[in-house]
Unconditional design. Structure first.
Length: 118
């Protein structure tokens, strides 16, 4: 699957999260990877944390950033994650906001405030 904002990653959210949890139950480890370990794999790990650790998307993001500081799902994946959290918890802890860089999750709003696209 391509790492582009239009890729339907959400079709795999529950399947991957359930597979990770299956490994956890058997005291096994799971390597979640993609081309650069920045967008797709990070998004899938966020889903797992929300679904099986009961944390919000915002909390899951903070957890992932501590473990992998360069993690940064693309804007399309963020939209899918926000939708998933809304379905899972009935509310979204992250919102997409407009910026000079296009629509971004509010988590990144401050750091992109003075950026201009090339």
């Amino acid at each position: 699957m391509a790492d582009c904002p239009t890729a339907p990653l959400s079709a795999w959210f529950d399947t991957v999260a359930d597979k990770i949890q299956c490994h956890v139950k058997h005291n096994e480890r799971t390597l979640v990877h993609c081309n650069a370990g920045v967008s797709r794999s990070a998004a899938l790990c966020l889903v797992y944390l929300m679904k099986y650790h009961g944390v919000s998307l915002r909390e899951a993001h903070a957890w992932i950033k501590k473990c992998r500081p360069m993690a940064r799902p693309n804007s399309g994946f963020w939209s899918q994650l926000i939708h998933y959290e809304s379905e899972l918890r009935g509310i979204a802890s992250v919102q997409m906001v407009s910026s000079s860089m296009g629509d971004i999750p509010d988590i990144y709003a401050e750091e992109t405030r003075n950026m201009t696209p090339l």
